[in-house]
Write a protein that binds this ligand. Structure first.
Ligand code: GTP
Ligand code: ZN
Length: 357
């Protein structure tokens, strides 16, 4: 199959989408550059334009995360002279970066779709933390994107400190690409620019203050930044939304949403499985199919830990991440039940204490 929408390739369209797209013949395809409630800013070969969601799409979707988000490809109808194009459907997502919705365990919030690589940013000065790095890696891999680690503020630490951190990351055994950068001396900036490939989509995640905004400002040239804000609603200057999907001079695409900055860990089940592939592999040899590797007889994972084949710390991280992920995946009802059971337990203990006296 050849790519029919070659004019979209510069925006990240690939064979993968071409094989899955199912638009009406009268529709065209565009990529979502920003979302402001039911108003969208779209990009295609002709430039950027505004759009609204079709009523059918609004009624058909089951979860908020089914609605278009930044990075999505959509099928739309566009009449010449109309202020708004009409978005009819969302093309299947290749990757997703998402966050757990507050208060609802089975729902999640999309942060961005169709990212090729997520740059996990930590400052080597105050922010360096392997555990947190691992959580980010798990989340990114769970959504299907490739992770890359970026250590910033290298101007603030001794080269020895940085070298130690790099070997600690290497010792994790996962081997994501690791880049280093100083926004002050610009050491590593050209290597990073070289890493960002044209037509691929990236985003930067990490704690507040590690230098993401400074870096993105370095990557975007001034002109692009100034013309970046486009009114998505057509209701004047006050409602101007910032474009969140940005094309860099070199042709790479960068998603920069406010939500990106505060995302936590959620149902990272698949990510954990691929991060800990050797444990998952061993688990298939445990005597019990639902073995939790916490002391059951015939546990192949425990055996491997005891024999030193699998590092103990590595195994403990696995258990902790899995527990966290399982708790996040419990439905609201299950959590309430767990809380109620716990409440009953506390009550019965209190009663026992009273009768003891
Ligand atoms: N020394 C040094 N300071 C830096 C570097 N990068 C950024 N900073 C400074 O660190 C502070 C935070 O940088 P930001 O770019 O705002 O950090 P951020 O990750 O975007 O933070 P949020 O916007 O809160 O997510 C600013 O005062 C920057 O000037 C660096 O490589 N070296
Ligand atoms: Zn086991």
């Amino acid at each position: 199959m050849t790519i029919q929408h070659s004019e979209l390739a510069a925006l990240g369209w690939t064979q993968w989408f071409e094989q899955r797209v199912d638009c009406d013949t009268s529709h065209t395809i565009a990529r979502v550059a920003a979302v402001d409630r039911d108003r969208l800013l779209l990009l295609d070969g002709t430039g950027s334009f505004r759009a609204k969601l079709a009523g059918g799409l609004l009624h058909r979707h089951r979860f908020p995360h089914d609605l278009p988000c930044v990075g999505d490809w959509v099928c739309l109808e566009r009449q010449p002279g109309d202020d708004f194009a009409i978005v009819h459907s969302v093309v299947e997502r290749r990757t997703a970066l998402r966050r757990k919705s507050a208060g609802n365990a089975v729902e999640y919030q999309m942060i961005a779709a169709n990212l090729d690589t997520v740059m996990i940013v930590q400052s080597c000065h105050f922010d360096f933390n392997l555990k947190r790095l691992e959580r980010y890696l798990v989340m990114v891999m769970d959504g299907g994107a490739d992770p890359c680690v970026l250590l910033t503020k290298t101007d603030l630490v001794d080269p020895d400190v940085l070298a130690d951190q790099l070997s600690e990351i290497e010792a994790m055994g996962l081997m994501p690409p690791v880049l280093t950068l100083s926004n002050v001396t610009q050491d590593g900036l050209s290597a990073l620019k070289g890493f960002l490939a044209p037509g691929k989509t990236y985003c930067f995640v990490g704690s507040s203050g590690v230098g993401k905004s400074t870096l993105i400002n370095h990557l975007i040239d001034r002109d692009a930044l100034e013309t970046g804000g486009v009114s998505a609603t057509g209701e004047g200057r006050h409602t101007t939304v910032r474009r969140e999907l940005i094309r860099l001079g070199g042709g790479a695409l960068v998603v920069d949403t406010p939500g990106m900055r505060e995302f936590g860990i959620l149902d990272a089940g698949n990510g954990i499985e691929s991060r800990y592939a050797e444990i998952t592999e061993l688990a298939s040899r445990c005597r019990y199919r639902d073995c939790t590797h916490s002391g059951e007889p015939g546990c192949a994972v425990r055996e491997a830990v005891d024999s030193g084949e699998i590092g103990r710390a590595h195994f403990e991280n696995y258990l902790k991440l899995r527990q966290e992920s399982e708790f996040n995946q419990m439905t609201h009802a299950e959590r309430r039940k767990k809380d109620r059971d716990f409440g009953r337990f506390i009550k019965s203990v209190k009663k026992d204490l009273k009768t003891d006296r």
